[in-house]
Design a protein around this ligand. Structure first.
Ligand SMILES: Cc1ncc(COP(=O)(O)O)c(C=O)c1O
Length: 365
């Protein structure tokens, strides 16, 4: 059989071989210690902070989507911290895209810099120069929330250990490891679980030593996922491809609708042919994601838009079946104007969403 397509892969990912009378996806294993006689090395499970069969199943599943080892953490930030803290020591240099997720930048500035790590924050055009002589290069593509698109292969080619935060694209739309990155990071809180009901994250890598260092870090730092969250995420995985297809279609029509209005500025969506990131995105992604951003010019207009929308929930995060949007400047920490909105399209009917956006824009005028 030829290589199965993405929908087939997610439906089967991580499932055990069929066994008479057993469920397709075994339930979560809730345990602190496991029965253990003799040496820990001889037992498949010893104590859940060291490993849990429910995590392993989900790791096998998401790892298979990138043909890599996956290491699961309690959140996307837990995964980010694990990469940074296993790779950087006093005197190390970290080059970071200044538009990447704000908590990653904050972690670097407030926790790594005081411990002697040089943190070089760089704008998109300066990232390659900042990476020169660095020990680790951190980028996010498309970035959240401004949707900058980076040429991953070109940056990974600089010869510096490269991390791609792949959260906005996810493993079905973009495979950073194929493009030369050493780590791909995904907050599974978003599209991977897709129902806005849990927090989880993982790292994939094809380097066994790096994977082992992450697992050791998780054991020692205790940034461990709950078995129930891992199981829920696994249960949601088979629908990833169909959810994504609908959400990406919805994002494109909403982006087009926004771009056609003269009272909306700076519409960013990598799937729009005129978008600054479109050409690179077309080369390195197989779809453009569900996140769209735009500027309504003022805080007041953005707030009126969000208050008037009925199907678009005012909430943070992205990638769930529900369409959500937020005025991003309310968090501080991102270089975005007061009227900047990040919208994540869900799986509702496009016609309903378009009508809602139109009405809310008119109400915000
Ligand atoms: C791009 C990106 N990376 C990492 C994270 C962190 O993920 P989590 O909230 O699961 O810790 C987020 C969260 O919004 C994100 O948007």
């Amino acid at each position: 059989m030829s290589q199965p397509g993405p929908s087939t892969r997610v439906v089967r990912a991580g499932l055990p071989e069929p066994e008479q009378g057993e469920p397709f996806l075994p339930g979560p294993v809730f345990a602190a210690p496991f029965h253990l006689t003799g040496e820990p090395e001889d037992s498949p499970a010893v104590y859940t902070r060291y490993g849990n069969p429910t995590w392993t199943r989900y790791e096998d599943a998401v790892g298979s989507l990138e043909d890599a080892d996956a290491v699961l953490f309690s959140s996307g930030m837990g995964a980010a911290a694990a990469i940074l803290l296993t790779q950087l020591t006093p005197g190390s240099v970290l080059a970071v895209d200044e538009g990447c997720y704000l908590n990653v930048r904050r972690l670097a500035r407030t926790h790594l810099e005081p411990r002697g790590v040089e943190v070089r924050l760089a704008p998109p055009a300066g990232l390659a120069a900042a990476a020169r002589g660095a020990d680790l290069l951190w980028l996010e593509s498309p970035s959240n929330p401004t949707l900058e698109v980076y040429d991953i292969a070109a940056l990974a080619d600089l010869g510096v250990g490269t991390v791609v935060d792949n959260t906005t694209a996810g493993p079905l739309l973009q495979r950073p490891l194929d493009l030369g990155a050493h780590y791909s990071l995904t907050s599974a809180t978003k599209q991977l679980s897709g129902h806005a009901d849990l927090v989880l994250g993982y790292v994939t890598t094809r380097d066994g030593e790096r994977a082992q260092a992450l697992r050791d870090w998780r054991r020692d730092a205790g940034a461990i996922p709950g078995p129930f969250e891992a199981w829920l995420a696994h249960r949601s995985l088979p629908t990833l491809a169909v959810r994504l297809e609908r959400a990406c279609d919805n994002a494109l029509v909403i982006a087009r609708q926004l771009a056609a209005r003269d009272d909306v500025e700076e519409v960013r969506y990598p799937g729009l042919p005129g978008d600054a990131g479109h050409e690179v995105a077309r080369r390195q992604m197989s779809g453009y994601g569900m996140v769209v951003s735009f500027d309504l010019g003022s805080r007041e207009r953005a707030e009126r838009f969000l208050a008037a929308a009925k199907l678009i929930t005012d909430a943070t995060s992205f990638g769930s079946v529900h369409t959500v949007a937020e005025r991003r400047a309310r968090w501080g920490g991102d270089a975005v104007p007061d009227g900047f909105i990040r919208l994540s399209s869900g799986c509702e009917d496009a016609a309903d969403l378009l009508a809602d956006v139109e009405r809310a824009l008119d109400a915000a005028a």
